[in-house]
Design a protein around this ligand. Structure first.
Ligand code: SF4
Length: 463
């Protein structure tokens, strides 16, 4: 990345008198996080208590326990943390009810350049994620868990490998547990999409496939497959221990609990923070040590998200409900601030070109539409655009969105249209007068330093 947020290290381990007692208000997921390295199994169990699973029993007992787990997740109101905010219990129930032995995929592909929360979680607290994956496996009747980590996230890969080895040496954890293994996936924006992950694990390319069948019906090895983000699974691990009422003590009724946010941009300590849903943007910025420059706008939800202008940020709260009137969502928990010093049109052109390069090149409107959109923005930045370039952007956007096999073009178009709306005067100035002084400044929005050409087409290495 050109500007990498760092993992938050200020959070201190809470004082505990009894192992496994419920974590205080916050931090929950990040309780006990160390400045460096992963929490060892022994320390993890001392902090959170034993894995709350019943072992063995007759088939009917197993089914009853599984149903109770899913009911508890439903009562907690847990929504997925991978970006779509889909109800976790609904997804689990669909897999549990499908025919055949299920498989759980823990998704840490994290192809979004502005997000660091999944790798932070795995690097620091791998056992919390593995607990959640094993509990989810019990809930859906799976005998196998595959943890998918981005191949460029070396520390996450090491931490997961080490954690799997630690658990295999624990007679208490190994007995009756599903088989857990690691798969590294290409660093590509669409590689973390559910059907792309399933296709990759099955030996194909890490590219989205046409659905149906959905992974819950026919996924890895053609078995019902639960694909859940790793942060979602970490919440499952805590809900199974402390219950739905505890989970709902934080957050708002429509979005209970806490969530991880990657905060980047002009703040003293960019990084990963745990907040409760509905917390104010101002409190997040304050926790990061405050801004280091005047803020022009904030991007919520990453590169498939939406901008909110600086004049509208006062009073903004971080939840689906509170961001909806601004046309934004938290997506995978991303808040990106842009300073007054940056050129929003040049930044949009860079991101639009990168997003065009991330097309899996399977659907015509996605390949050609995103490329044409990026070229038009580049022409606007350079002051060489056709006088009707702004109109052309709108036309291209409507020809590109909702015409792909996955949501990639929709997200890219969403971001572009939001930039055109929020930075309308800057776009008009560039179209008339060409580059501004800020165009040549060091870019602020994070992008991978070297584009990963066609990484999605590589075959599975470790699946
Ligand atoms: S819409 Fe784009 S990214 Fe999605 S499957 Fe089609 S070509 Fe690939």
């Amino acid at each position: 990345m050109s500007s990498s947020p760092t993992a938050m290290t200020e959070i201190r381990s809470p004082e505990r008198s009894t192992p496994g007692s419920p974590p205080p208000a916050l931090p929950r997921l990040l309780a006990g996080i160390r400045p460096h390295g992963a929490m060892a199994l022994e320390e993890h169990l001392a902090l959170h208590g034993p894995l709350p699973l019943g072992r063995g029993g007759r088939r009917r007992q197993l089914r009853e326990r599984a149903a109770m787990l899913i009911d508890e997740i439903e009562r907690a109101g847990l929504l997925g943390r991978g970006g779509a905010a889909f109800p976790t219990a609904t997804k689990m129930r669909a897999v549990a009810d499908a025919r055949g032995r299920a498989i759980v995929v823990a998704n840490a592909a994290e192809g979004e350049p502005a997000s660091l929360k999944d790798r932070t979680l795995l690097e620091t607290l791998p056992h919390l994620v593995l607990d959640g994956a094993v509990i989810a496996a019990e809930a859906v009747g799976a005998d196998e868990v595959i943890v998918c980590v981005c191949e460029t996230a070396g520390q996450s890969v090491e931490a997961v490998e080490h954690a799997i080895a630690e658990r295999s040496r624990s007679s208490e954890l190994a007995a009756g547990s599903p088989k857990v293994r690691l798969a590294t996936v290409p660093s590509h924006y669409v590689a973390g999409q559910e059907s792309a992950l399933v296709n990759y694990i099955n030996g194909g390319a890490a590219k989205p496939t046409f659905t149906p069948p959905m992974p819950f019906e026919e996924g890895v090895k053609r078995r019902p497959t639960l694909v859940d983000n790793v942060e979602t699974l970490a919440h499952v691990a805590l809900i199974a221990r402390h219950g739905a009422p505890w989970f709902r003590e934080l957050g708002i009724p429509t979005q209970p609990g806490s969530t991880l946010i990657t905060l980047c941009g002009p703040v003293t300590h960019p990084g990963v923070y745990e907040i409760e849903h509905g917390a104010s943007l101002a409190s997040l910025i304050e926790a990061s040590g405050g801004t280091t420059a005047r803020v022009r706008a904030a991007l919520f939800g990453g590169y498939a998200g939406a901008w909110v202008g600086g004049d509208r940020l006062h009073g903004v709260a971080l939840s689906k409900e509170h961001l909806a009137p601004h046309g934004a969502t938290l997506g995978a928990g991303i808040v990106l601030l842009l300073s007054e010093e940056a050129c929003p049109v040049a930044e949009t052109a860079r991101v639009a070109r990168w997003m065009a390069g991330q097309s899996a090149r399977q659907c015509g409107p996605c390949i050609h539409g995103l490329d044409a959109l990026a070229s038009t923005v580049e022409e606007i930045v350079g002051g060489i655009a056709h006088p009707k370039a702004m109109k052309r952007l709108e036309q291209l956007a409507s020809l590109t969105a909702r015409r792909g096999a996955c949501a990639h073009p929709d997200g890219a178009v969403n971001l572009l249209l939001s930039a055109v709306e929020v930075f309308s005067s800057e776009f008009a100035d560039h179209a008339r007068h060409g580059p501004c002084e800020s165009c040549s400044r060091r870019p602020e929005l994070p992008l991978p330093e070297r584009p990963v050409e066609d990484a999605g087409s590589r075959k599975a290495r470790r699946a």
